[in-house]
Design a protein around this ligand. Structure first.
Ligand SMILES: NC(=O)c1ccc[n+]([C@@H]2O[C@H](COP(=O)([O-])OP(=O)(O)OC[C@H]3O[C@@H](n4cnc5c(N)ncnc54)[C@H](OP(=O)(O)O)[C@@H]3O)[C@@H](O)[C@H]2O)c1
Length: 420
């Protein structure tokens, strides 16, 4: 990554409940924004009230007294399960609505034990990020490969390929049965041309995985997307907000519900994914800008547009498999930008920042096949993934990664690998 690439500034909530660097007597979890999370009182995990106190000393004392944790840890759901070995009560939100259920049904197999994970879509943009994170955390990954080229690509990254296609539901079922956990991140690359068949295939493969895991309590992470929440307007929505998915996303919402009904289903909803010079939407925007000699966006371009770096997303998947309780939905959002700001970054990338312009909406609809992705407003509350898993984004912000980071491969030749 380029030296000039700046690191993302801290986001609100980034400092969530990290015990390690704090002083022992320093109060923890006092802020209203931590309401609905957990701390230890008298040896049991209790929800953090709107204003409450817990010190690092109390916390680590409670944990190490049981001989389980010898050093400070972050406050994630898995800690409570490992240390207390008991069911958390369902999360009660201050507004009285129910949150996600506790992790009572989690198998001891998960946590930080190495798992054998079956992954679909391991050669894809999102799936490859998940595979990297799983391998980095010591898991063993077997991924579906429908061609020799895909199998070779997987092998070169340390993933074991297994032959099969999503269309072969028996193969999908068989591979899922053999694994300790499953991640489904495959999806037709040609969905823009034939959404119907992409959806049929995805539905059949997801149900084959659910069949294979029935009764096993093995974690299953399904890759959904924030597309299911549609346009939020000015409303900020979280995972508990009742949804009215746009008509083209109802199939996906139905699949989410099937996954959440499973033994240990986890639904991950990424927004726009960027990083490592990848992602269909950004690639289309950059290629269009290179062709025209200027970046553009549909007017007004100021709508809230959430995003996440592919490596941060991969880490969220890995942590969710290890620690998230059954029936968890996670909005995994690392940052928020706007189509205008992203286009301005593309303008810097292509060397003509001053030429970036707003396209009238009707013209944008004719010229940009992805215009619907660029005009939606999404204001997302993504605190759950931070609270539950201690996850936080660590990679460069989207504008920096485009202008001076991994997307520079579009404007300069990739250096040859040195001869060995
Ligand atoms: N990218 C984003 O910004 C974003 C945002 C939100 C949600 N998502 C969701 O994340 C998922 C993955 O997206 P992506 O961007 O990673 O897509 P991608 O880069 O196009 O990757 C698709 C993957 O699916 C595999 N695949 C497709 N059809 C298959 C089949 N019939 N049998 C076996 N494997 C098949 C491909 O394998 P081959 O290598 O063999 O083609 C590839 O590994 C999708 O469900 C998408 O909706 C993505």
């Amino acid at each position: 990554m380029d030296d000039e690439l700046r690191r993302r500034p801290p986001l609100p909530g980034d400092e969530h409940a990290q015990v390690g660097p704090r002083r022992a007597e320093e109060p923890l979890c006092l802020l209203p924004r931590h309401a609905g999370e957990w701390h230890v009182r008298d040896g049991v995990a209790v929800p953090v009230p709107l204003v409450g106190a817990c010190t690092t000393k109390e916390l680590t004392g409670s944990l190490s007294a049981r001989g389980t944790v010898r050093r400070p840890v972050s406050l994630s759901a898995g800690v409570w399960t490992r240390v207390l070995g008991r069911r958390r009560p369902g999360r009660r939100r201050p507004d009285g609505r129910r949150g996600e259920p506790g992790p009572a049904r989690r198998r001891p197999l998960t946590g930080r034990h190495a798992m054998h994970i079956f992954l679909t879509g391991g050669t894809g943009f999102v799936g490859a990020g998940i595979a990297r994170a799983l391998l980095a955390r010591g898991h063993d990954v077997t991924a579906l490969a429908r061609s020799e080229a895909s199998a070779g690509a997987l092998r070169s990254t340390g993933v074991r390929p297994c032959h099969g296609s999503l269309d072969d539901v028996d193969a999908v079922r068989r591979h899922a049965e053999r694994a300790d956990a499953v991640v489904h991140a495959a999806f037709s690359r040609h969905y823009l041309d034939d959404v119907g068949s992409a959806v049929t295939t995805d539905r059949a493969a997801t149900h084959a995985i659910l069949d294979a895991l029935r009764g096993s309590r093995k974690p299953f992470a399904y890759t959904s997307g924030l597309g299911v929440v549609g346009d939020t307007g000015d409303r900020i929505i979280d995972e508990d907000t009742p949804l009215q998915p746009p008509s083209h996303m109802r199939w996906r919402r139905a699949l989410e519900l099937s996954v959440l009904d499973g033994e240990h289903g986890i639904v991950i909803r990424p927004p726009l994914v960027y990083g490592r010079g990848g992602g269909h939407v950004l690639q289309i925007m950059i290629r269009t800008a290179l062709r025209r000699g200027a970046a553009s966006y549909p007017e007004p371009g100021t709508n809230a547009w959430p995003n996440v770096h592919v490596d941060d997303l991969g880490r969220a998947f890995a942590q969710a498999l290890e620690e998230a309780p059954p029936s968890t939905v996670l909005n995994v959002v690392g940052g928020e930008s706007t189509p205008k700001a992203v286009s301005e970054a593309i303008g810097r990338l292509v060397g003509r920042p001053e030429a970036t312009f707003a396209l009238p909406l009707d013209r944008a609809r004719r010229e940009l096949p992805i215009v619907d992705w660029l005009t939606v407003t999404q204001r997302i509350d993504a605190r759950r993934v931070r609270a539950l898993l201690g996850w936080r984004p660590a990679e460069a912000a989207i504008e920096d990664d485009i202008a001076v980071g991994s997307y520079r491969r579009f404007v300069r030749p990739v250096p040859e690998a040195p001869a060995t």
